[in-house]
Design a protein around this ligand. Sequence first.
Ligand SMILES: *Cc1c(COP(=O)(O)O)cnc(C)c1O
Length: 400
Amino acid sequence: MRILLCKRRLSPKYLSMARDEFLVFGSPLIEEPEIAEVVECLRSGWIGTGPRVARFEERFREYKGAEHAVALNSCTAALHLSLAALGVGPGSEVIVPTMTFVATSNAVVHSGAVPVLVDCERDSQNIDPDLIEAAITPRTRAIVVVHFAGRPCAMDRISAIAQRHGLALIEDCAHAIETEFQGRKAGTMGDVGCFSFYVTKNIVTGEGGMAIARRREVADRMRTLALHGMTKDAWRRFSDKGYVHYDVVDAGFKYNMMDLQAALGIHQLARIERYWKRRSEIWNAYCEALRELPVFLPNAPASGTRHAYHLFTLLLDLDHVTLTRDELLERMTSQKIGVGVHYRAVHLHPFYQERYGYRAGQFPAAEWISDRTLSLPLSPKLKDEDVADVVGAVERALGV
Ligand SMILES: *Cc1c(COP(=O)(O)O)cnc(C)c1O
């Protein structure tokens, strides 16, 4: 009813101001070198897991200064395998922020462990380190942190907690390829770092992910589990060296990356700094242009850190406006600006309430954000005119 009313009141004015083409949220920038590489890959006939995946793993490992890298078909797979490889399963509990994409907590569910959700800080939107220890029980085996929007978690404090309690530490770096904390790169501060190359992420392979690990045995186990539990390098069994038998040592999964995907990733990774720089410009332009509006803007990156600028999330100041976040979403869409919501907290979703008894009211900071948050487009593909269109659309939507 409210939305209908709002539409009738607003649409004509907005439509006359709107751009011609819909600005797709999180649209990736795909350039000629990766297009050529994909074509070459197709012509080579080796489109499955092969030499391009090995090259992409090596480049990514070097970029992160990591010990081991395993390319996978998603970050969700990386999260699931990291838990499995670290021996987290039924009977265990894993600490997860409630302010995250559900893939983080779903991976814990799939491992057989129970996800124990923890609230976030309002400012950073990252897991609140002050609340972690109260959530630890004798069954806790691991902590999964998420560097939200690309802003690093308080890894000094969280690492100390993990160490003190003998817990594994997994970093969900889906937003955080370029993130650093006190000179250390995201994904190298815990046991395993999990990355996403999904279409909206900082670099893309369509679907795709990567796990980096500190210990060889963890990386080896992830590699085995990623391909049916077959012994290492089973993908080489059809090479010109002749057929080799494999042994199945575990009931593994089918999580391997394809060369077709790595063909994109190799060239995207080479451009990571250029894309980062462009997103940082857009991020700063939004901060500057929106600062007088009834919204809370992201804080500047903390000193001694590097922000990956994956998401630009503004928080609607509900005490000073008459519209809801969902109405703001609608007003943006009607002006042909694609927007996102990152996120409605995990504990607010029916599955988590029904299976684990979570309920609204438990995590006030995450709920405060869930009701107010809206993400603006932040792709390196955006032109200055697009950025101006987004700013104009927010201003009009808020009645400025
Ligand atoms: C996107 C995302 C994932 C999942 O990544 P996929 O590669 O799509 O599986 C996990 N965690 C967070 C925080 C994400 O944003």
